[in-house]
Each structure stands twice: as C-alpha cells, then as structure tokens.
Design a protein around this ligand. Structure first.
Ligand SMILES: [Ca+2]
Ligand SMILES: [Ca+2]
Ligand SMILES: [Ca+2]
Length: 232
C-alpha cells in the first residue's frame, strides 16, 4: 500500500475515536470572583464577569505516575479555550487559546486522613513551561502565562481512583472549584496578575475533534510523510 494512503488511513482511525480512545471535553462556566495583583483591574469585575471555556483530553492518555496509585498525571491535553466576558461595552472580552501541547491533568484520589483528599487539576502553560501552550492578549501590561482549573473534595469522596474522570464530580461535594488565568511580567519577579473565578457548572462528556483539529492533524501527517520521503 502507498505509504501516504496508509498514514492517512491511520490518521482517520486515530481521530475516529474507535481505535484510539475517545476525545473527552471538560466544559465549564463560572464567574470572575476577584483579580489579584492589580487594584485598577479589580474594578473591571463589576458587573460580574462570565468565565467559561473548554479543555479536551483523550480518554486513553496513560498515567505518567504509575508508581503512586493515588496520584494520576496525564498529558498532553488537546486544544481548548477560555473566555472572560466582562459584560461591559468599554472592556473587550478576553479570549485565550490552548494549543494543548503544554497542558496536563492531575487526578488525586488521596485518603483525606493522609493528605488533602480528591483533586482534579488542569494546568495549561505555566512558569515552568515558560508560559508556552497558551496564547492570548496581554492583561495589566503582562504576558498570559497559565490557565488552571482546580476541583477539590476534602472528604475524598468524588474519585475512587487516580484514573481520568469520564464524568464531572458533583459541585455540591466540592469544597473548592476555581479557575484562573495568570499573567506575568517578562522578568521573573514582578507579582503576577491573576483573574480568579468560581465554577458554577462543569460537565465532562465524550465529543469529536473539531474540523480544524482534523485538518491540522492531516497537514502534520502529510508533512511527516514528505519529510520521511525526503530523508529516504
Ligand atoms: Ca498513578
Ligand atoms: Ca477518593
Ligand atoms: Ca466535600
């Protein structure tokens, strides 16, 4: 079989969700609770701003921490985005895009007698990733660096294992359900500015890749194939 045809068929199988897991979406809605690091921008949260978005992951990501059976680490994420709608005509809404490549999920199913209980943490970008994997306009004169979504159940009841959850925990059971976008100065030591939100609704459900993802994947595979041909 022609190699490109074979690669294309593999790509179709890979994205069909049949052969290589299902794409799972985490969709969340909340509101901006406060903004740290900048007094002036804190005024922008009146009226209450809507903080919403989506992250995606493949259901068959492998736990990168197989040693600890109460801690799961999964990467990379698939593309996603987050929006802050200020609800004010004078302040443009904020949109950040996640490439997914620098995103990861931590799932903790820890006995609350030992540590903090159950946690679901999505991190995209961040200081240790040099703010890569997330793109959006500057805010408060600082560069967008990190997105985090964190759910905590101190009673340790929402997860039974450190596996990726395929449905959302009940918000009523959580002591904390927060979102944040962090902005940093180019030099390391200026206090970051963070837009911090409270989640009011979260759903986790199977989905299909966006057409854009399909197109990008095909282009990537085509490039890979051409590179290999050139190398041969
Ligand atoms: Ca583990
Ligand atoms: Ca638990
Ligand atoms: Ca609880």
């Amino acid at each position: 079989m022609n190699r490109f045809l074979a690669v294309s068929m593999f790509a179709l199988l890979a994205v069909s969700g049949v052969a290589h897991g299902t794409m799972i979406a985490v969709e969340f809605v909340g509101y901006v609770d406060h903004i740290t690091g900048d007094e002036q921008n804190a005024l922008a949260i009146t009226p209450r701003a809507i903080f919403s978005g989506i992250v995606r992951f493949n259901s068959e990501l492998q736990d990168q921490n197989p040693i600890q059976d109460d801690v799961g680490e999964y990467a990379p994420l698939s593309p996603g985005h987050v929006t802050v709608e200020w609800g004010r005509p004078d302040v443009p809404n904020y949109l950040a895009l996640f490439s997914g490549s620098r995103g990861h999920i931590d799932v903790d199913n820890v006995d609350p007698g030992i540590r903090f209980g159950d946690e679901f943490l999505v991190t995209v970008g961040g200081f240790f990733e040099d703010c890569n994997g997330i793109t959006g306009p500057p805010f408060d004169g600082k560069r967008l660096c990190e997105f985090r979504l964190q759910l905590i159940d101190e009673d340790g009841l929402v997860f039974d294992s450190d596996a990726l959850p395929l449905s959302a925990p009940d918000l009523e059971q959580l002591e904390s359900a927060t979102l944040s976008l962090e902005f940093r100065d180019r030099d390391c030591c200026v206090t970051p500015t963070s837009i911090v939100g409270i989640i009011t609704s979260i759903t986790i459900f199977p989905t299909v890749p966006e057409p854009g993802t399909l197109a990008l994947l095909s282009l990537g595979l085509l490039g890979l194939d051409l590179t290999r041909r050139t190398a041969n």
